[in-house]
Ligand binder design. Structure first.
Ligand code: ATP
Ligand code: MG
Length: 189
C-alpha cells in the first residue's frame, strides 16, 4: 500500500520482450504528488521500457511486466488497459511526436480532451492555458499538423497530453526537436 502522498509507486518490476529478452530487472521508483522525476541513462538503458510498463503500452511491442507491482495512488494498475489508464489521468507523450497529420494543431489538441466530462467551458480554459505554455501553437492553430515543423509537432504532442487535464504525464524524450530557449523556459516553469 502506498503512502498517501505517493502518486506513482513502481516496485521491483521486471520486463521481458518476446518472452525471452530480459530488459528490466528489479526497477523501483516513486513519484510524489506534484513532483517531477527524471529517468536518466544511456541508450538502451530501459527508460522507454519503464514508461511503457507504467502506461501499459508494452503489449504492442511484444513485451510484458512479469514481476513486481505498479500502483497509482495506491491502486494496482498493471492489469488496466492504456485506455483505462488515460481515463484515470495517466497520459504518456511518446517519443517522436505522433500528431495526427491530417488534423489541424487545434484539432489535435482537442483530441486530448476526448475523455473529459467536465464541460466545454473547462476544456476551453485548458486550451487557453496550453496555448499560453507554447504561444507558437496558437499562431499555427489552423495549420494541418503535417505542415508544421518538428518542434511545433512536439509542442503539440505535449499540449495535447495536458488537454486531458492529467493526473500524471509520462514524457519520453520531451525536449527532442525543441529549441534550447523553449527547453530552458519549460524546465524553469
Ligand atoms: N520491442 C522490443 N523488442 C525487443 N527488445 C526491445 C524492444 N524495445 C526495446 N528493446 C530493448 O530493450 C532495451 C531497452 O530499450 P529502451 O528503448 O527502453 O531504452 P532507452 O533507455 O529508452 O534508450 P534510448 O535512450 O535509446 O531511448 C534495449 O536493449 C532494447 O534493445
Ligand atoms: Mg528511449
Amino acid at each position: 500500500m502506498s503512502e498517501p502522498n505517493i502518486l506513482l509507486n513502481v516496485n521491483g518490476i521486471e520486463v521481458i520482450y518476446n518472452h525471452v529478452i530480459l530488459v528490466l530487472k528489479g526497477v523501483s521508483l516513486t513519484v510524489p504528488e506534484g513532483g517531477i522525476v527524471a529517468l536518466l541513462g544511456g541508450n538502451g538503458a530501459g527508460k522507454t521500457t519503464t514508461l511503457r510498463a507504467v502506461s501499459n503500452l508494452l503489449a504492442g511491442e511484444r513485451g510484458a511486466v512479469t514481476k513486481g507491482t505498479i500502483e497509482l495512488r495506491g491502486d494496482r494498475i498493471e492489469a488496466l488497459s492504456p485506455a483505462e489508464l488515460v481515463k484515470r489521468g495517466l497520459i504518456q507523450v511518446m517519443e517522436g511526436r505522433h500528431c495526427f497529420a491530417h488534423l489541424t494543431i487545434e484539432e489535435n489538441l482537442m483530441t486530448g480532451a476526448y475523455t473529459r466530462t467536465d464541460g466545454k467551458a473547462a476544456v476551453q480554459q485548458t486550451l487557453d492555458k496550453v496555448y499560453a505554455y507554447f504561444p507558437r501553437l496558437k499562431t499555427r492553430r489552423t495549420s494541418q499538423a503535417a505542415y508544421t515543423s518538428g518542434g511545433e509537432q512536439q509542442m503539440c504532442a505535449i499540449d495535447r497530453a495536458l488537454m486531458a487535464n492529467p493526473t500524471m504525464v509520462l514524457l519520453d524524450e520531451p525536449s527532442m526537436g525543441l529549441t534550447p530557449q523553449i527547453v530552458g523556459r519549460c524546465s524553469r516553469s
